[in-house]
Ligand binder design. Structure first.
Ligand SMILES: Nc1ncnc2c1ncn2[C@@H]1O[C@H](COP(=O)(O)OP(=O)(O)OP(=O)(O)O)[C@@H](O)[C@H]1O
Length: 259
C-alpha cells in the first residue's frame, strides 16, 4: 500500500448526460482510514459520481484531486495503482478462469513479485479460493460479485471504490464483505461504497453521503444523515426502527475460508 497521505477529493463536480443534469455541484472527500457510504435512490447519480471520483469519467465542471494533484493528470497506470474500482454488476465476465480474472487486478504492477501474495490474499478475503479453477462465465451472480471484488482488492490500492458490491450477496457474505471493508479502513485504506442496504450502511459506514437528484442532500454520521425526515424526503418512505426485525448480525463460521 502507498505510504502517501491525503485524500481523494471531488470539488464542485457537475455533469450533464443526455441533456439532463445528472450531477450538480457535488463535493466530497474520500479519506484514508474510513468507510464512506454513498446512498440515495435509484437514478440519484451514485454510479455516475463514483466513475468521476475514480477518474473514469470527466465532469463538465469541477475537478477531482488525489493528494492535492489533479487526478486527470495521472497516467492510467499510476491512477490504477492508487484507485481500484469495482463497477456495478460488472457485466459479462471474460471467458477465463476465476484465478486469471482476479489476476487482472495486478496488471498495473507488471511482474511485481508481490502479485502472487496479493492475489492469494484477495481471494481468501472474499471467500473465492474454492472458485479459483471455475470458468468465470459459469458463476452465480453473488459468486461473480465476490470475484470482481477480489480483482479490485488484489491491487491493494490506498483507495477502493465499489459500486453496490453487496447487492447480490447472501447475508453471510454481505456481513463478511462489510466487516472486511471496516478492517481495511482500520489499516488505513479508504473505502467508498454505494449501498442500498441502509441497515448495513448505518452499521458499518463511518460516514455517509446521501445523494438526491444529483445533489448532496446530507453528509455526516449515519445517524445524523439517515433521519426519519431525510428518509421520507429523499426515499419517499416512512421508516420504522423495529426491535425484533431479523437482521443477520454475526457470522457463525467463516464463509469459504478465512474471514
Ligand atoms: N449515458 C447516459 N445518458 C443519459 N443519461 C444517463 C446516462 N448514464 C446515466 N444516466 C442517467 O443519470 C441518472 C443517474 O444514473 P446513475 O446510474 O448514476 O444512478 P444511480 O444513483 O447509480 O442509480 P441506481 O441506484 O439505480 O444504480 C439516471 O437518471 C440515469 O438514467
Amino acid at each position: 500500500m502507498s505510504a502517501e497521505t491525503g485524500g481523494l477529493s471531488a470539488a464542485n463536480v457537475s455533469l450533464r448526460l443526455g441533456g439532463r443534469s445528472v450531477l450538480n455541484d457535488v463535493s466530497l472527500e474520500a479519506r484514508q482510514g474510513e468507510v464512506l457510504g454513498l446512498i440515495g435512490p435509484n437514478g440519484a447519480g451514485k454510479s455516475t459520481f463514483l466513475r468521476v471520483l475514480a477518474g473514469l469519467r470527466q465532469p463538465d465542471t469541477g475537478d477531482v484531486t488525489l493528494d492535492g494533484g489533479r487526478l486527470a493528470d495521472l497516467s492510467p497506470n499510476r491512477r490504477a495503482r492508487q484507485i481500484a474500482f469495482m463497477p456495478q454488476n460488472g457485466g459479462s465476465p471474460p471467458p477465463m478462469d476465476v484465478s486469471d480474472l482476479v489476476s487482472l487486478g495486478r496488471l498495473p504492477f507488471g511482474s511485481d513479485p508481490a502479485n502472487r501474495d496479493a492475489i492469494a490474499q484477495a481471494m481468501e478475503e472474499t471467500g473465492t479460493v474454492s472458485l479459483k479453477d471455475r470458468p468465470a462465465t459459469a458463476l452465480s451472480g453473488g459468486e461473480l460479485a465476490r470475484v470482481l471484488l477480489a480483482r479490485a482488492l488484489a491491487a491493494e490500492t490506498p483507495y477502493l471504490i465499489a459500486d453496490e458490491p453487496i447487492a447480490a450477496l447472501d447475508p453471510a457474505h454481505a456481513l463478511s464483505v462489510m466487516s472486511l471493508f471496516c478492517a481495511l479502513a482500520r489499516k488505513g485504506r479508504s473505502i467508498t461504497v454505494v449501498l442500498h442496504d441502509l441497515t448495513l450502511a448505518a452499521r458499518f459506514c463511518d460516514r455517509v453521503v446521501l445523494l438526491q437528484s444529483g445533489c448532496i442532500a446530507g453528509s455526516g454520521t449515519p445517524a445524523g444523515v439517515m433521519t426519519d425526515a431525510a428518509m421520507r424526503d429523499v426515499y419517499n418512505v416512512d421508516v420504522r426502527r423495529v426491535e425484533g426485525a431479523v437482521i443477520p448480525w454475526r457470522l457463525v463460521r467463516g464463509v469459504d475460508g478465512k474471514i
